[in-house]
Ligand binder design. Sequence first.
Ligand SMILES: Cc1ncc(COP(=O)(O)O)c(C=O)c1O
Length: 382
Amino acid sequence: MKKIYLDNAATTPLDERVLEAMLPYYKSSFGNASSVHSFGREAKVLLEDARDAVAEFIGAKPAEIHFTSGGTESNNFALKGIAFAHLGRKNHIISDAIEHSAVIDTLEYLRNRFGFSITYLNTNKFGEISLDDLKNSLTEETFLVSVMHSNNELGIINDLTGISELTNNRGILLHTDSVQSIGKTSFDVCELNCNTATLSAHKIYGPKGIGALYIRRDTLIDKFIHGGKQERDRRGGTENIAAISGFKKAIEILGTDMSSDIEKYKLLKQKLIGLLRDNFGDKVIINEASESNSLDNIVNISFDSAKVNFDPETLLIKIDLKGIAVSSGSACTSGSIQPSHVLKAIGYDDNMAKASLRISFGRFNEANDVDILVDTLKEIIN
Ligand SMILES: Cc1ncc(COP(=O)(O)O)c(C=O)c1O
């Protein structure tokens, strides 16, 4: 049975070119970037070249890029780092109900352990937050707004420019989780005017366990990992040079392949939505506001449980048994197949949320993968 991978928002396969770029750093070039000898200097050169590449890709300065172990750590770094730097000064943070757990869990920790007050903005049924709601939630105590650039389940792209217009002239810091946006839509920290932004390599055909946090030069933020003076004395620990070389290569490949990647995602998405509408009519709901503010690689659908007769609890498993990998929510919660907090936040009940699927395309998918998925859904659902 040919296996089909349509869960690229959870993680992407490693691009062969990335693997090739990493291998020397596991073999001959194994130095510690802090060592003064030639082995160390070689690692240091790679480290700074990678910093330059990531910075250039998102419109930042190299000194503003801090390598981390991935998206989860970068979100922790930004939120805890900024909150601790404001402890005893200001106490209010605003976020929204459909953030990734790496943001929500961290904010809940800051609330429960340190007494920060957190407001979660509700979204409309497409996952969009209202700028008016945000404006009305700002108080004298607000020092941080954290809104993801795009959502990992729905693909909705937030109006970060509109948000930063509200935060910047009030001296409020803006963090954005941009894990899903990198390589899928344009993302430039200067245009967006954010203070911190989260990146993760394994969503862009790079290795797992490596990511970055962009920290704008003037941002008030505490050191995150104590120990050595690495990463501008903010994140101690020997740098994972091999993974960083993979991250660098993955970013460089985006420099050349991103537009063709996006063209592919668009075609696959159009084809999937067309086939779903042809085959399931009003039994299927496409959870998307409009093409223009959604990522092209993510399609989130729900089957209307009032109109189709199937067991939503076993939908994902049945699809998996046919060799197709899709997701019913974020990867972190789908292991236990809990209804997704994102779908519940946009107004779905448990049944409808469980009858939902996230299909996410990647660089290595083919048009035929979509045909096979739709044929499989027809078999299971009709
Ligand atoms: C929006 C978002 N933020 C953060 C993360 C966590 O990133 P990582 O897996 O690199 O820790 C993910 C991964 O699923 C994500 O989709």
